[in-house]
Design a protein around this ligand. Structure first.
Ligand SMILES: Nc1ncnc2c1ncn2[C@@H]1O[C@H](COP(=O)(O)OP(=O)(O)OP(=O)(O)O)[C@@H](O)[C@H]1O
Ligand SMILES: [Mg+2]
Length: 269
């Protein structure tokens, strides 16, 4: 049962580790929230989310990064190129469901870590197994997170991406099925980052739009062309129980850290 608080100071937060943005959202995302990280291709959805889990691992926390399509070598290549020092954290890869137990034993030692669950690899491993109902992949994801939560006490979870999940598990009644998925994550008392592929022109942050009402927060990433330049932009569209500055910031990755700059102004104008 989720705790009911009586004092504002009881709200603990996970920073986004983006300089200039966390100050504009009371320090970060309230723990236990479900946050959509929404944006089009190449807007650094994976990178900013991994950045949160990495920095939490440096503080001794354990998180799960569940990738449905992008392979773990590709994710690692991206983050190593961004100069993340992976020797500082426990980085565990699960590419076979039978490895969960061994993975969890590696997590016991006090050091924080990120467990990357490569569902693409798992899919290839068990492609011969007849998938009886189309909810199986959703159940695989849920079971893996639950097991790691119960076995190692992970406190944050990323699903990359919701859009890929919809392809793998056909949602016949999205309003009901998504409600139960979100309730499952809330009951786990885990902070969740759900990556959502969304085109800015569509005006939507998610596939069914219901996600936008069910979630607690939306962080939107966008590439904005201006003459011959393209600016990366970030905004907090919604964050429940948080006073946020909803301005559009430009997002930069410089000197090995993310920065949100020029709140409310287009730097190119
Ligand atoms: N230092 C850097 N190293 C690597 N990539 C960088 C760096 N700085 C910016 N990038 C950009 O990051 C982008 C990829 O980031 P990421 O994979 O996190 O995006 P994404 O939104 O998750 O993409 P996709 O839609 O393909 O999943 C690349 O397009 C690349 O231009
Ligand atoms: Mg990505």
């Amino acid at each position: 049962m989720v705790k009911v608080i009586s004092n504002k100071s009881e709200i603990t937060r996970i920073p986004m580790y983006i300089e200039g943005l966390d100050d504009n959202m009371e320090g970060g995302v309230p723990e236990g929230h479900i946050v959509l990280i929404s944006g089009s291709a190449g807007t650094m959805k994976t990178s900013i989310t991994f950045n949160v889990l990495y920095n939490e691992a440096l503080r001794g926390k354990i998180s799960v990064y569940c990738s449905l399509e992008q392979s773990y070598p590709s994710i690692i290549q991206q983050i190593v190129n961004m100069n993340f020092d992976l020797t500082k954290i426990n980085l565990i890869i699960i590419k076979d469901l039978s490895e969960i137990g061994v993975a969890m034993s590696k997590l016991k030692g006090g050091k924080g870590g990120v467990v990357i669950v490569d569902v693409g690899c798992i899919r290839k491993e068990i492609k011969d197994v007849k998938v009886a109902d189309n909810k199986s992949w959703l159940n695989v994801v849920k079971n893996v997170v639950k097991k790691i939560k119960e076995g190692a006490g992970c406190h944050a979870f990323c699903l990359d991406s919701l859009s890929a999940l919809y392809v793998l598990s056909r949602f016949e009644n999205p309003r009901i099925e998504l409600f139960y998925l979100f309730e499952f994550l809330r009951d786990l008392e885990i902070t969740s980052f759900l990556i959502s592929e969304a085109q800015p022109e569509s005006g939507k942050y998610s596939e069914f739009e219901i996600e936008e009402f069910l979630c607690d927060g939306i962080i939107f990433l966008k590439l904005t062309p201006f003459r011959r330049n393209v600016v990366r932009e970030i905004s907090v569209v919604k964050m429940r129980s948080t006073a946020t500055n909803n301005d559009i910031f430009s997002l930069e990755f410089k000197h090995n850290r993310f920065q949100a700059l020029y709140g409310g102004q287009n730097p190119l104008l």
